[in-house]
Write a new protein. Structure first.
Length: 619
């Protein structure tokens, strides 16, 4: 089973380089408006780079309903190295994915000694189009980074288990120095624990790794022997303890953040049915990777016949691999690897609103590939030209997957392309309609933005945010009455909704309904006292209503919350000038000009105020 070390390292390096070459076009992709703002583009803590303050923030502040401090530190490092240039952030993820392909090869080759089968599994893992979401979406850095640590965990665990084999009952003494092997085993065991800790601080999905270790004990390590099961389980206790702590912490963080709210609208029967269907859909996309989308809407209830067929299909495979476990142990191991690693994200505990997600297949897919490649190798054992046939088939699969991966990357060029693609390959995708509408609104394409928002509202009428953003698009389009109607519906669905109340107040002000606008601005500030724009706009409404003293107070509140906002200083200057406080007004105009030298309005106001101050008496 041994292979020259140099050849193994050479194959790993070539695999990594090939993966980098395949994914290189992703460095031209932009950030995506879905989650990338939370992780990078609108996160000031991340953009500040690696500092002591940012380090503390990463460990004590969950992001996107997840506690993953090492993932956040990796984003900080990227910002320190590349700023907000997306190519650098993509490059880091590509390099990590290339490393992971090499680590999959190293792990399997180390475990089995089957270099070419291990290389084929690793190559298909690396080039498969299901990996695109994890690699090209900057927000999914947690996938590639946690997997690097997870694979290192398994590699060092396998080394530990091999060293333990020199002293286990029933195993031959393979080394001349058992004491040295015991020390080496202990070192590898500690390293495996260490890397699992790091991996769990990147993404909690690695909580299933202790069970994968037991699968490795079964095959190919072959540590399952009479009387040995209990010791095998006992040595996993520290790993299981880490997994338990990570599971509880993740559950509490997601519950606090409301990420499990979707589960409240889905019965256990709905979630279980979707889980069975998703296991089958993941397999389908593994072997027929088309119509991949950034978001798959949850259908609620699947037709009962679909659920029953999915359950029967999965049960049949499970029974088959169990019956064949003596002859083909790798089938049971690969199947349970796939099935077990998906458990945390299969939707029995619903987190988020998706039915499934391509990124969830990142490490679980190794089990399917191992199942397939080793199974095919055994199935063709008696073929006359087996080596040639398998080489051609394997090469064709790699080339085909590589081509589909390049095609899939094209859809990730920017936010508009990825959400248009999602709408093209899925049905009733309210989230894709909504996010596409947000992109179009920012581009000034208000008519199409309104159409997309309306589609999102039609499919998911209970989402207050959808109504609020439809109102914003209608406002920018100039349809103020329709905008007010949408804001009011958003507030009806979510009464304490500061943004909708703020937008309603702003629109009422524009329509000249000063008293009602002032009332709504006060309500916004009651709900969110640090809403600087609400203080500023309330000041403007009060100023127009002649309440100059109150207006000055609100402008000062806004400046206290956002001291570097030139517009706030300019508005305060206007109110002070109207009160006859010309010197104070001049000071505010000058501060506005200092903050924003090209502010034409502040410049004109400053000129006028200076002329007023210097005008001769009686003029």
């Amino acid at each position: 089973m041994a292979r020259p070390c140099l050849l193994v390292w050479l194959m790993a390096a070539l695999l990594a380089l090939g993966t980098i070459a395949l994914y290189w076009p992703a460095t031209r992709c932009d950030f995506i408006s879905f989650d990338d703002d939370l992780y990078v583009t609108a996160n000031a803590h991340i953009q500040n780079g690696l500092t002591w303050e940012s380090l503390k923030w990463a460990f004590f502040n969950p992001v996107a309903s997840n506690w993953h401090p090492l993932t956040m530190l990796s984003h900080m490092l990227d910002c320190q190295l590349y700023g907000l240039n997306p190519w650098g952030h993509h490059l880091t993820s590509i390099l990590l994915h290339a490393l992971n392909g090499a680590l999959v090869f190293t792990l399997l080759q180390q475990l089995t000694g089957a270099m070419w089968r291990s290389l084929l599994v690793a190559a298909l893992f690396a080039v498969h189009p299901l990996r695109v979401e994890s690699v090209v979406w900057v927000s999914e850095r947690k996938d590639v980074l946690s997997s690097s640590f997870g694979l290192l965990t398994l590699i060092f665990y396998a080394r530990y288990a091999r060293k333990r084999a020199t002293t286990e009952i029933g195993k031959p003494i393979a080394q001349a120095n058992p004491a040295r092997d015991a020390r080496s085993a202990s070192t590898n065991y500690v390293l495996a624990l260490f890397f699992l800790v790091l991996g769990l601080m990147c993404k909690a999905m690695l909580v299933t790794l202790p069970f994968v270790m037991l699968l490795l004990d079964y095959w190919p390590l072959e540590r399952f022997r009479p009387g040995r099961l209990r010791p095998l389980v006992m040595e996993k206790i520290p790993f299981l303890g880490l997994a338990a702590v990570a599971s509880v912490a993740t559950f509490l963080v997601q519950k606090t953040a409301g990420a499990e709210a979707a589960g409240e609208y889905l019965s256990f029967e709905m979630r279980a049915g979707n889980a069975l269907i998703s296991y089958c859909r993941y397999l389908e996309k593994q072997f027929w990777p088309t119509d991949l989308a950034i978001f798959y809407p949850h259908p609620g209830n699947w037709p009962v016949e679909y659920v029953l067929l999915a359950g029967l299909f999965l049960a049949s495979i499970t029974v088959f691999v169990f019956v064949k476990r003596q002859q083909y142990p790798f089938l049971l191991m690969g199947w349970l690897w796939y099935f077990g690693m998906l458990v945390p994200v299969i939707g029995l505990v619903q987190v988020g609103e998706q039915a499934m997600a391509d990124r969830y297949t990142y490490i679980p897919s190794v089990g399917v590939l191992l199942f397939t490649i080793w199974g095919t190798y055994e199935l063709t054992r008696n073929w006359r030209y087996r080596v040639i046939a398998l080489s051609v088939a394997g090469s064709a699969a790699i080339v085909l997957c590589g081509g589909l991966t390049r095609q899939q990357m094209e859809f990730w060029q920017n936010s508009e392309t990825i959400f248009r693609h999602a709408l093209a390959v899925t049905k009733n995708n309210y989230l894709a309609h909504y996010n596409l509408a947000v992109v179009l609104e920012k581009k000034g394409q208000f008519d199409e933005a309104v159409t997309q928002f309306q589609a999102a509202v039609r499919l998911a009428p209970g989402y207050a945010g959808f109504h609020n953003n439809l109102g914003i698009a209608l406002y920018k389009k100039g349809d103020l009455d329709a905008a007010i109607s949408q804001y009011e519906e958003a507030i009806r669905l979510k009464p304490n909704y500061p943004d909708a109340l703020y937008n309603l107040a702003t629109t009422l002000y524009k329509e000249g309904q000063l008293d009602e606008a002032i009332k709504q601005f006060h309500e916004v500030i009651r709900l969110q006292p640090d809403y600087a724009d609400a203080h500023n706009n309330l000041g403007t409404a009060l100023c127009q209503d002649g309440q100059l003293d109150a207006a000055v107070g609100e402008y000062q509140n806004a400046i206290h919350l956002s001291p570097n906002n030139a517009a706030f200083h300019n508005n305060l200057g206007i109110a002070q000038e109207r009160r006859g406080q010309t010197d104070q007004a001049i000071g505010e105009y000058r501060e506005a000009m200092r903050l924003k030298p090209d502010d034409v309005q502040a410049g004109n106001n400053l000129t006028r105020a200076l002329q007023t101050k210097n005008a001769p008496a009686g003029h």
